[in-house]
Design a protein around this ligand. Structure first.
Ligand code: MN
Length: 490
C-alpha cells in the first residue's frame, strides 16, 4: 500500500504547514476516488499518488505536489470546483483546472494535427506547472499501458511520443522525455523496440569492461590532480532515442558512440575544462567528437563538455563533463528552477548564515532564475504560436487558425469540400451563422449541403489564405460560366 511518507520524505526541509497541506490532499483524494479502480485492478488513488510522487521527485513546489494528488478529482469524481476552492484555495484550483482542460484533447493519429496539438498544449498552459503535472500524469499512464486494450494502447503510446515527450524536451526536461519515450516505445513500435533491446544488450555487455577501466583510471588521475569529484557515473542511452539515432546511421550500432556515456560532475566551469584537459592527456580524443556545449548551449539550454576517447583497447567511450547545476538543468529543465525557488522560500536561513557577503549576489542570481519560469513560458508562446486560436472538430481534433477567423475559415481548414458546400454551423452546440468569429476552444460542427456554394460576401469575413484561394477560385469559375451563359443567349 502506498504511504503518505513516501511523498513527504522526498521534500527536503519541509515545513509543518506544507506537510499538513499534503496530508490533507492525500486523504481528500483517497476519499474522492474511493471505490474507483484502474484497468490494472489497482485502486485509482495509486495513479494520482504516483503522479504526485514523481512531481515531488523532480522537486516541484508544494502546491504542484498537492495538485498532483488532486489532478483527477474534478474530472473523475463528484467533487465540485467550489468545494476544492474552499478546501485548497485559488492557486491549487487553477492548477487542477488547467490539467483537467488539457485532458480533453485527443490525438487521433492524423499527422497533420500533431503540430496543432503540441501548440495547443502550450497555448493552454498559463502556468508551466500545469504542463509539468500533465506530463507526469501521462508518464504514469504510459508506464501502465500493458493494462489498456491493444487498439487503444497504440494510439496512447504514439501520442506520448509525438506530443508529451516532445513537450518535455521543449522545456528541457530530458529525464522525463526519456522516461516517456521508453515507456511508450514497445507499444508504439513493438518490432523496432525488440530490435533495439537486443542490439543494446549485446553492445553494453561488451562495453562494460572498457567502462570500468576508464572510470577507475580517470578517478585516480583526478584525485592525483586534486580535482574535487562531485560524481562520476555512467548512464545507458534511452532506448527510444537510441533507435532514432540508429535510423540516422543505417542501423549500424558501431557508429554510435554514446550508447553508454561516462558522466563526470565537478564543482564549476573552470574545473570542467580542467577535467577535459586531464582526459585528453590520458587518452587520445576522436577527431570531431569534442563538443563544447558550455560555451555554445543546445537550443533547449543543455550544457556540458563532450568528448569521445580511444581507450587503447580497441574501443571508444564518450565522456560528458558538467557542473551540478548543469546536471539538474539537463534532467529537469525548467523544473530545476523550482529547486532554487525552494531554496529561497525555505533555505533563507542557510543563505544568511554563510559568513560572507557573497549571499547578496547569490540571492540576486537566484531571484533572476526564479523569475524565469513565467518569462520562459511567455517566450515559448511567442516563439511557437502568435495570435492563434485552437478550434475543435466534434470528434476532438484540433485545428489552429489565426485570431478573428470565422466558421468559413475553419470549414476550409478541415477540407475544401466542406468549405465549398458549407450551409450553416453549430458553435458549441448552438446554431450560428457562417461568418461568426471564432473563440479559442470553440467546438464547431459544419452542416454541409451539396447545393450550397461559396458567396462573394464570404470574402469580407474570412482571415485565412486557404479560404480566400478557394472562394476566389469558385467565383472566377462561376462568373466565367455566367458570362459564357449570357453570351450563349445571343
Ligand atoms: Mn490522471
Amino acid at each position: 500500500m502506498v504511504g503518505l511518507n513516501e511523498i513527504i520524505n522526498l521534500i527536503p526541509r519541509i515545513t509543518q504547514k506544507d506537510k499538513a497541506l499534503i496530508e490533507k490532499a492525500y486523504f481528500f483524494a483517497k476519499r474522492a476516488h474511493e471505490g474507483q479502480r484502474r484497468k490494472s485492478g489497482e485502486p485509482y488513488f495509486v495513479h494520482v499518488f504516483e503522479t504526485s510522487k514523481n512531481l515531488a521527485m523532480i522537486r516541484m513546489d508544494v502546491e504542484t505536489v498537492v495538485a498532483g494528488l488532486l489532478h483527477d478529482v474534478l474530472e473523475d469524481t463528484n467533487t465540485t470546483e467550489e468545494k476544492l476552492q474552499r478546501e485548497f484555495g485559488e492557486e491549487i484550483v487553477t492548477l487542477v483546472n488547467g490539467v483537467t482542460k488539457l485532458g480533453k484533447v485527443k490525438y487521433h493519429g492524423q499527422a497533420r494535427h500533431v503540430e496543432s496539438l503540441r501548440k495547443f498544449f502550450i497555448a493552454m498552459t498559463d502556468d508551466i506547472r500545469i504542463l509539468i503535472i500533465k506530463l507526469t500524469d501521462r508518464l504514469h499512464n504510459a508506464e501502465t499501458l500493458q493494462y489498456i486494450l491493444p487498439e487503444k494502447r497504440k494510439r496512447i503510446a504514439l501520442e506520448t511520443i509525438e506530443i508529451h515527450a516532445r513537450l518535455a524536451d521543449r522545456i528541457g526536461m530530458g529525464k522525463l522525455k526519456g522516461k516517456l519515450e521508453d515507456a511508450a516505445f514497445p507499444f508504439a513500435y513493438p518490432e523496432e523496440s525488440a530490435t533495439v533491446e537486443k542490439l543494446s544488450v549485446e553492445k553494453s555487455t561488451s562495453n562494460q569492461k572498457e567502462l570500468t577501466y576508464v572510470t577507475d583510471t580517470l578517478r585516480k588521475e583526478l584525485i592525483n590532480q586534486k580535482v574535487h569529484i562531485v560524481e562520476i557515473s555512467h548512464r545507458a542511452k534511452h532506448k527510444y532515442s537510441l533507435w532514432c539515432k540508429l535510423k540516422r546511421y543505417e542501423m549500424d550500432i558501431n557508429k554510435i558512440y554514446d550508447i553508454v556515456a561516462l558522466r563526470v560532475i565537478v564543482d564549476d566551469v573552470t574545473e570542467c575544462y580542467r577535467v577535459l584537459g586531464i582526459v585528453h592527456s590520458i587518452w587520445k580524443p576522436l577527431p570531431g567528437r569534442v563538443k563544447d556545449y558550455i560555451a555554445n548551449p543546445k537550443p533547449n539550454g543543455y550544457q556540458s563538455l563532450h568528448t569521445t576517447i580511444f581507450t587503447g583497447n580497441g574501443g571508444t567511450v564518450e565522456i560528458q563533463i558538467r557542473t551540478p547545476e548543469m546536471h539538474a538543468e539537463a534532467a529537469y529543465g525548467i523544473a530545476s528552477h523550482f529547486i532554487y525557488k525552494e531554496v529561497i522560500k525555505k533555505g533563507r536561513k542557510d543563505v544568511y548564515n554563510k559568513k560572507s557577503l557573497a549571499w547578496v549576489n547569490q540571492l540576486k542570481e537566484l531571484k533572476e532564475i526564479v523569475n524565469q519560469p513565467k518569462e520562459f513560458i511567455e517566450d515559448l508562446k511567442r516563439d511557437i504560436f502568435s495570435d492563434r486560436i485552437f478550434i475543435f472538430t466534434p470528434k476532438g481534433d484540433v485545428i489552429d487558425l489565426p485570431e478573428e477567423s470565422c466558421v468559413i475559415d475553419f470549414a476550409y481548414a478541415v477540407h475544401s469540400d466542406i468549405g465549398d458546400h458549407a450551409q450553416s454551423s453549430k458553435i458549441n452546440g448552438k446554431i450560428a451563422p457562417l461568418h461568426t468569429k471564432l473563440k479559442n476552444q470553440d467546438i464547431i460542427e459544419v452542416v454541409v449541403n451539396k447545393k450550397a456554394n461559396p458567396s462573394s460576401k464570404w470574402l469580407q469575413s474570412i482571415k485565412t489564405a486557404a479560404a480566400k484561394k478557394h472562394i476566389q477560385g469558385y467565383l472566377k469559375k462561376h462568373s466565367l460560366l455566367a458570362k459564357f451563359r449570357s453570351f450563349a443567349k445571343f
